[in-house]
Write a protein that binds this ligand. Sequence first.
Ligand code: AMP
Length: 581
Amino acid sequence: METIRFDELNLSAPILRAVAEMGFEAVSPIQAQAIPAQMEGRDMIGQAQTGTGKTAAFGIPLLQKIDPEDKKIQAIILLPTRELAIQVAEEIRRLAKFMHKIKVLPVYGGQDIGRQIRSLKEGVQVVIGTPGRVMDHMRRRTIRVDHVHTAVLDEADEMLNMGFLEDMETILSQLPQERQTVMFSATMPSAIADIAKRFQHEPVMVRVVKKELTVPEVTQYYYEVKPKNKVEVLCRLMDLYSPKLSVVFCNTKKGVDELVQALQGRGYFAEGLHGDLKQEQRDRVMNGFRNGRTEILVATDVAARGIDVDDVEAVFNYDIPQDDEYYVHRIGRTGRAGRVGKAFSLVVGKEVYKLRDIQRYCKTKIIPQAIPSLDDITDIKVEKALDQVRDMLETADLGPMINILEQKLIEEDYTALDLAAALLKINMGEDNEDIIDNFEPARSLDDLDRYRRDDRRYGRGGYGGRYGRGGYGHDDRYGRDGGRGRRRGSVERAAVDYVTGQDMARLFVNIGRAQNVSPGDILGAIAGEAGIPGRVVGSIDMYDGYTFVDVPGQYSAQVLKAMEHAKIKGKNVRIEMAKRN
Ligand code: AMP
């Protein structure tokens, strides 16, 4: 992997400053090709998904061409949705942060047109809009195009899918002939080639050519999350799987610094590694990681290249990498020297399509998982605390402590159990508020197109509509209060799911804590092998030599069959229906 820095691209000082402030460490692969091509003034077709850095790939050359003294519209970016218009406008504003006279405005259907007209009148050089609304403004002459020298079609295939073909054609045919036309599209259907032929002049085709890569043998999971929950989800996964050493990848230097701060603030032993560090600092961080003082290394792709640590147990893609090849490099940091590694990816919104591309290209399997619930985490933390207690009981002289406590029990009206419970609670730290309300089932990457169609059919406006609806899920499966009691008391009893009332079948698995497996391992194996979403799996009650797992009755046969020859953490297991009493 060759790294190109932004200062090698002949960019203006204000853009370089903005890019540095955004924390970008290197040019992404699509940017490496697309930025120079556009700066030569060529028309271009770029094939790239969201998440590859494509907005900056067209945004940077476009901003370089804007004359700040000319208050007329000079560039029009067309894109399919309001959500994207807002995102792209934000990204371009960030890139234009030090270009004070440049004004950027998103215009989309559904927003008060009067307000848009007032903003347009103030003088805007870059308009970012959905085709319908842009046409509307052109008809009203509130958008005039005679100074437009750059047109961008972003997510052209999506605009096509949403029925904007005619609008795109009308807009393009009214723009000045003398202009640069750039198009980005994830796929290249023939209608796109048609638009290119009619509205572009000898376009260069730009995409990242993929090398054949060997994907390391690593179990890979992904979680759909909201941006605001990323830190919390990462911490839950750290708690659930408790890898000794792990590497967490962020796409930017700024991302690394912020995450390290957040993790340290929550008491994790985390350090960051990126290109702004001096050699001494790098050495200090790497030494800490090698000798286990630092358990979590947070790094950018470029910085992580030099990491030569063999016993990394887990890799976390806190940000989805901008390129498929990065993904393979990242997960290759674990599972080395014959060890079994795990990789966890957090995806936000449309990034899930990027992950699907990665899965296809790498011919690998990335298994959807539900975010572990607070109850799951509480169980794990209690177990850890009790393990420490057992150790202490076996090794320490507790005589003086027992004397003190006996005194207290006589003086005050507590039971020994009350005291133990209070001490346990103190040991576990503050209660986390359960803010995660992402209750949709985890979706297989292979089925994404189907989900998307369903979303449309039910009028939920594509992907974005999945969020923000109520419902239940893994997280509040047990209800808030009653649940824990049920869980504790439910050994060897087939359960009824607390919320759905669904019949659950209780399965017996012949391994448990003593074999060094965690509930997460069992959940992962069952969901992965049987191809069922992790969130439908109910209680996992783990004991020293065995574990009980609740699955919906309808899946029990499927799970038993799938697990017949399966291994969990490399161990052969026997799984059968639990005997009821
Ligand atoms: P996009 O593909 O435009 O949706 O970009 C996805 C994310 O990548 C955005 O948050 C960008 O700010 C970020 N990004 C763009 N270029 C780079 C880069 N060279 N390095 C790191 N992050 C980037």
